[in-house]
Design a protein around this ligand. Sequence first.
Ligand code: ATP
Ligand code: MG
Length: 431
Amino acid sequence: MEQQDEILWLEGLEVIRRIISQGHEAYLVGGCVRDRFLGRSLHDIDIATSATPEEVMGLFARTIPTGLKHGTVTIMENGRSFEVTTFRQEFGYSDARRPDKVAFVLDVREDLARRDFTFNAMAIGLNGELVDPFGGKVDLEAGIVSSVGEASERFEEDALRMLRAIRFGAEFDFQLSPELWRGIVEQRPKLKQVAMERVSSEWDKMMAGSGPEQACHYLFKSGLLTNVKEPLPYAFQEAIESYRFNRLPWQWSMSFGDLGSLGSQLLELPLITDPDLRWAALLSGFGIREKDCEDLCRTLRFSGRRIARISSVVGFNERMNELGSFSTKDHWFSAVLAYGRTTSQDWLDMAEAGNRVAAEERGKLAKPAAASISELHIRGNELSSFLGKPPGPWIADLLRYLLEEVAFERVPNERAALLAAAKRVEGNTEL
Ligand code: ATP
Ligand code: MG
């Protein structure tokens, strides 16, 4: 455990000490308790208390009424924030996401009962006493994700929990309990009620996390992704379905003898560090084309920048596959010319990390002397005055021609050589 985490934890204890000193109950709760047991770094500290939000606000100098209706107050101490929530129960999830109503309660166990998974339903008191009514610690030690209460019912209340279960399972390299898996399969149509932004943000966290291959396995095998609010491109759904109906068991295990070709595509994901390139590797590995990739990223509400980056790498990959071989310099150069240096670099990073290209092969892929018109050592106006022709659309055509000549190493990227080449070709077209 890092020193930072230790300090954060002790500060959390200070906050509950203050609340307890006024005769209330207070505990550190949820993710921070789980992460401390796992020895993982803590994002934030959540506190649960019997005190009402008003009482909490009366105890600390700087507070923000984050969600008074739901009992949450954020308090600021030493430049850090702590979320303090009054013990509560939740009722009625008519939109399969948010409770219609909450009720404050006095017993921490009742508060823990509303939480999603056993390991997220533990609390630690001021003297280190653990409140763990659902066996969260045992599940953590066994490496199992299981729901608090009946999985199917808990997913029916809040469909997002199905994605959270998969995210935690993949992130911690845990198994999903068989009962939890049955719950997901039963309740997967409910995912249609969850906003695309939320689906996307969970899936994106999984892709950037430590078990993207396991996460995708669970997502694909469960049939969840054919039950999202806005349908994903048909080609992608088809790929998922063929993954789903192959012989693999639903439990993830790296020791499978035969992962199948799509399964082995998943194994390259954790080898790639950049999350955007993981997306590109997933989609290109599943045979998704550039256009469908754009549609998928748009459905997932990715930023324009990310859509362009991921889809270009997928397009570049498609092109390399069409060309058959990237060891031919001209093929490689023509792809770099079509997509630009940045994309070619991204593709190489992806392909090399995922072992699609051997490092020595990469060495053979020379950098073209120019990959865009701005890299040419000649400007349009120089061509115009040298050839004595008024500027016009011909300049762009000529520059594009010169770029190819330079990229394919037929003309050096030098002013005199470029002017001579320009003169030759202009002479030709006038004949
Ligand atoms: P992380 O922040 O790493 O995603 P976390 O467990 O802190 O993990 P949060 O979303 O911050 O997750 O939620 C804090 C706590 O609130 C959880 O530990 C869990 O006890 C409870 N919780 C969060 N979302 C849900 C949910 N959809 N259903 C039930 N309980 C939930
Ligand atoms: Mg959290």
